[in-house]
Design a protein around this ligand. Sequence first.
Ligand SMILES: Cc1ncc(COP(=O)(O)O)c(C=O)c1O
Length: 387
Amino acid sequence: MKLSQKMQNLPTQFFATLVRKVGKAVAEGRDVINLGQGNPDQPTPNHIVKALQKSVEDPVTHKYSPFRGLAELKEAMADFYKREYQVEIDPEKEIAILFGTKIGLVELPMAILNPGDMMLLPDPGYPDYLSGVTLADAHYETIPLLAEDGFLPNYDKLPTPIKEKAKLLYLNYPNNPTGAVADLAFFEKTVALAKEYDIAVSHDFAYGAIGFDGQKPISFLQAEGAKDVGIEMYTLSKTYNMAGWRVGFAVGNSTMIEAINLIQDHLFVSLFPAVQHAAIAALSESQDCVSELVALYEGRRNALMEECHRIGWDVAAPQGSFFAWLPVAAGFTSEAFADLLLEKADVAVAPGNGFGKFGEGYVRVGLLVEEERLREAVRRIEKLNLF
Ligand SMILES: Cc1ncc(COP(=O)(O)O)c(C=O)c1O
């Protein structure tokens, strides 16, 4: 049987190759330090696990959830935005509960674009954005994220015909893969662009909790008028180490939220109610676990930067997310450099070109192993005498 044309058009998973290469090295018995992936290494805080355990024992949670999720969860999400970002949200009209933000990012183009419509994606960017483009029969143009612009899109350099054609813009700060953060002025410029050219905006706030040096990343919805043009996608995966639980939400513009809720009425019956109760605990109870997690990542970041500078590797410190975006040694492509580190140093990193053509010249390193393993990774790289 042949798969549908749409399935055949789906992008190939670039990082499947990396996973295969690392798997092979590990199977050979090599002690690989894997810095290539984005899976949080810490467990979910205990009070959240306990909330799930308690909830799952109540047979009410064994039934179907309301189609669009529990009202208490949407209220907890709205309260979270009020408490953390001073943004007022109507829980009924301005929140869509998601099975993690990946699904929201993939279904949004299907919900608001027509075949042939064009959307704007950041380059480098999170590869799964492309899946949504294909499933919507849409197409895309990229906006380069360059070091000289602080890895923020420079809208002035974007040709006017592209701005006129674009229907949807994806942004992501703190940024995967560059570790850059956005400021309010940038989000205000984004709202102005969106209003002038009638572009819907979706800000992927997956790393919203993770800002370094005392800087709390800001929400897109804090920019005046943001709700008129867009939404934000927030996930519990990173903030509370709940990647396997699959909980996130979209928040903001009520028309876009309704579009997501509508497509989801046809695809799902919301999340397992016990997971929804655990999500309420995560968002509402003590947030000490979040500050402890950020401190842990910041310690790892500092250790990595210290070691890289010690060996003469000219790297810039990420301001947020749990990734560092490191330039490759002179004379290498991203892929050749990543292959060399794996083959000769047993260190796995993600080649930057997997995130788009402007990712060439970089590798992405995850801060998702213990500090000592990060130091050890750089000591191994030091032996290759590349810097
Ligand atoms: C930039 C970005 N957006 C979205 C996601 C998806 O997160 P989830 O589907 O777990 O909410 C990830 C996960 O790695 C990510 O890095």
